[in-house]
Design a protein around this ligand. Structure first.
Ligand SMILES: [Zn+2]
Length: 323
C-alpha cells in the first residue's frame, strides 16, 4: 500500500470516528460558502443605475448602495432609487443626506437621521427599526464635520447604523486597477475564509471611475466562483458573522427517525434575524430529510452522510426527520 493511500484511509477512519449522528457544524458563511463578498457603491452615481444595477441583476448578484437622497444625481434617478432598486433586493445604505456634512453637531446629526428616514420610506415592506449600513462620506472639510468621535458613535447607535469596513485597500480604481486585481482580492478572501468588500464610486462613468470591462470581469468571476462565494449586502453578512460568532448548537432527543436540535446566539434577535447554515451528521441509511423549525420546513438531500440547511438562532427547536 502506498503511503498516500494509507494516509487517505486513516483520514477516512478518523472522520468516521469523529462524526456521531446529530453532530452539527455551524457554517462559516451562508450555504457553507468559503467567503462573503460585498460590492459597495457610493454617492448614488448615475452610472450605478445605468451600468451596475443591470449587470449585477442579470447575473443574480447584489450590492449595497450608499446613497445621498439630497444630491442632484439622486434626484436624476429618484424612481430607480426609491422604487426599482430596493424592490429588486439591492441594499440601501446611509451615506448622509447631502454628503456635505454640516456646520453644527445638530446639522450633521440631521444629515444622518434624515438619510435613515428616507431609506425607511423607500423600503416599506422591510421591518423598522432594523440595522442599516453606514459609510461615512469622505472629502468633507474639517469644519463641516464638527461632530466628535463619541458624539458620532452615539448617533450611529441610536439609528442602528453599522459601520462598514475602511475604504483603505478596498477602493475601486485606487486599490484595484486591472480586472485581475479585483479577482485576486476575491480569491484572497476565499483562501482566508473572510468577509471582504470592494468600494466603488463611478463605474464606466462619473468620478473615481472604474472601467466597465474590469467591472464585468469581476462580475463574471463572482459567478464562476458561486460555489465558494456568498455575494451579499453588508447587513446580511454582518448579521451572519455576529450571530455565528456566539452561536451554539445543542443536540436534543434523537432516535432512528429524527434528530432534534436547538440553535442559540448571544446576538439580539430584534436586529439579528439572519438564518445560519448548519451541517448535521445523520445516520448512514438516511437518503433525504425534512428539516422543520416552527412553521418553516424544507426537504434536504443527504450528502456524504450530512444535511445542510438554514435555521434561525434563538427560535423554535429544529427537527430533522428521515424521509
Ligand atoms: Zn461618498
Amino acid at each position: 500500500m502506498t503511503p498516500v493511500r494509507t494516509i487517505a484511509i486513516l483520514a477516512v477512519l478518523a472522520a468516521t470516528a469523529a462524526a456521531a449522528d446529530g453532530d452539527t457544524r455551524i457554517a462559516k458563511w451562508k450555504d457553507d460558502k468559503a467567503a462573503a463578498i460585498i460590492l459597495m457603491f457610493d454617492d448614488s452615481c448615475v452610472s450605478h443605475v445605468k451600468n451596475v444595477v443591470p449587470e449585477l441583476g442579470k447575473r443574480g448578484l447584489t450590492g449595497t448602495f450608499y446613497i445621498n437622497q439630497g444630491s442632484g444625481q439622486y434626484a436624476a434617478n429618484r424612481q430607480a432609487w426609491e422604487k426599482d432598486i430596493p424592490a429588486a433586493g439591492f441594499e440601501l445604505a446611509n451615506h448622509t443626506l447631502t454628503h456635505k456634512g454640516g456646520a453644527t453637531v445638530a446639522d450633521v446629526t440631521r444629515e444622518i437621521t434624515a438619510a435613515n428616514e428616507a431609506i425607511r420610506a423607500a423600503t416599506p415592506a422591510m421591518k423598522w427599526p432594523r440595522l442599516v449600513s453606514w459609510g461615512q462620506p469622505g472629502g468633507i472639510k474639517k469644519e463641516m464635520w464638527p461632530i466628535s468621535k463619541d458624539e458620532l458613535a452615539a448617533v450611529l447607535k441610536d439609528n442602528h447604523l453599522v459601520t462598514r469596513p475602511d475604504f483603505g485597500g478596498r477602493g475601486a480604481s485606487i486599490a484595484f486597477k486591472k480586472g485581475a486585481d479585483y479577482v485576486a482580492h476575491v480569491d484572497k478572501a476565499i483562501k482566508a475564509g473572510t468577509m471582504e468588500c470592494i468600494i466603488y464610486h463611478g463605474v464606466g462613468g462619473d468620478w473615481l471611475a472604474a472601467g466597465m470591462p474590469e467591472f464585468i470581469e469581476l462580475a463574471d468571476a463572482l459567478v464562476a466562483r458561486k460555489d465558494a462565494v456568498w455575494v451579499t449586502g453588508h447587513i446580511p453578512a454582518h448579521q451572519y458573522a455576529t450571530e455565528r460568532d456566539s452561536a451554539k448548537v445543542a443536540v436534543g432527543a434523537k432516535d432512528a427517525a429524527k434528530i432534534s436540535l436547538t440553535l442559540s446566539t448571544a446576538a439580539d434577535p430584534a436586529f439579528y434575524d439572519q438564518p445560519l447554515t448548519l451541517v448535521t451528521q445523520v445516520p448512514a441509511a438516511w437518503k433525504a430529510c425534512t428539516v422543520t423549525q416552527g412553521k418553516r420546513s424544507a426537504e434536504v438531500a443527504v450528502d456524504a452522510g450530512a444535511v445542510r440547511y438554514d435555521a434561525l438562532p434563538g427560535a423554535e427547536p429544529i427537527v430533522i426527520t428521515r424521509k
